[in-house]
Write a protein of this length. Structure first.
Length: 146
């Protein structure tokens, strides 16, 4: 067989393999093409304003020192930190704040006595970028029960 025949067969094989995801059972999660497993392709949004929400959690120690609470500080990835603590604190979840403070204070010399959740929202408008700052949400340390 010539090289042209092998190349043509390879191209036909690649084209035929495109039908495999459509013909095979893929369950509830995925119904068509393989790349739809990623949310950036599967979940399209209608046209509208572009909004970006930036959250920052700042801890205050007993001595008054302020430091930003980062995912690295608690041993989580950024998405896991955002889902476990960032979003719940933004929704006034004091239980998540208590868990986060307990997790941070484990093994620290100077423990945190307060967490402050700060939220800034940026909206793209026709005239530029509008910045909306929400009031900070403050979560004091819960009293120790003995």
């Amino acid at each position: 067989m010539s090289n042209k025949t092998w190349i043509s067969l390879f191209i036909l094989l690649v084209l035929a393999l495109h039908a495999v995801p459509v013909l095979s059972y893929q369950g509830v999660r995925q119904t068509r093409w393989p790349f739809l497993a990623w949310a950036m392709y599967a979940k399209s949004y209608p046209p509208g304003p572009i909004i970006v929400t930036m959250r920052k959690i700042v801890g205050t120690s007993a001595g008054g020192k302020r430091e930003e609470v980062t995912p690295k500080m608690v041993g989580l990835s950024k998405p896991a930190f955002r889902n476990a603590y960032g979003v719940p604190l933004g929704k006034d979840d004091s239980a998540a704040a208590r868990q986060l403070m307990d997790r941070i204070n484990r093994g620290r010399r100077e423990s945190l006595v307060e967490l402050r959740s700060e939220t800034i929202q940026y909206r793209l408008t026709d005239t530029g970028v509008a910045v909306d700052t929400a009031p900070a949400k403050i979560f004091p340390a819960s009293p120790v029960t003995r």
